[in-house]
Design a protein around this ligand. Sequence first.
Ligand SMILES: CC(C)(COP(=O)(O)OP(=O)(O)OC[C@H]1O[C@@H](n2cnc3c(N)ncnc32)[C@H](O)[C@@H]1OP(=O)(O)O)[C@@H](O)C(=O)NCCC(=O)NCCS
Length: 163
Amino acid sequence: MLLRPIRPGAAQELSDGFAKLSAHSRRMRFFTTRQVYRPQELRHLVECDGVRVLTLVGVFLNVDGSEREAVAAAHFFREDPASDSADVAIAVLDDYSRLGIGSALMHALAECALAVGIVRLTGLCHPENLAVQRLLQGMGRYRVIGVKDATLEFSVQLENVAY
Ligand SMILES: CC(C)(COP(=O)(O)OP(=O)(O)OC[C@H]1O[C@@H](n2cnc3c(N)ncnc32)[C@H](O)[C@@H]1OP(=O)(O)O)[C@@H](O)C(=O)NCCC(=O)NCCS
């Protein structure tokens, strides 16, 4: 598997991946079962500068090294590039869950985040989403910092993450 930044112009690829998520996974990721990304979200996710926004994808390779299928995506976003904190989100296609792909992608994202001065990842998480809570607990000091509209607000301190 190759973990790499998303390519500019890969909006359709991301959209196709979204459509492959189960209704349950879409609810866990977006808190709704809607079936498409909004155009503004897509633009935002593919126009990465690696400092303010970064989207990494996990891609299975063929034996000849060519790319076969993108099965996971994770991104960080911070409004203010001077902030040491960024929001994160991740999704792995259902057929490939519980294989360690989410952890590998999130650790790669954390490594990129640390390299540009981000030491804390924040986000929203469905209270029933044990998978992402477990994943985040393996990343560093995970804390629930609040509850907003029946979703958990989390924070993960990355300073002591070992890769
Ligand atoms: C959350 C998600 C990214 C996890 O990806 P993954 O590739 O399955 O995760 P991993 O295989 O790396 O497992 C990470 C940890 O979560 C645990 N885990 C995974 N799925 C789980 C589940 N359904 N229930 C409980 N724990 C689970 C694993 O056992 C592992 O824990 P461990 O390291 O202590 O053994 C994936 O389930 C997903 O895309 N869900 C839908 C979208 C979503 O919820 N996104 C998060 C919102 S930001």
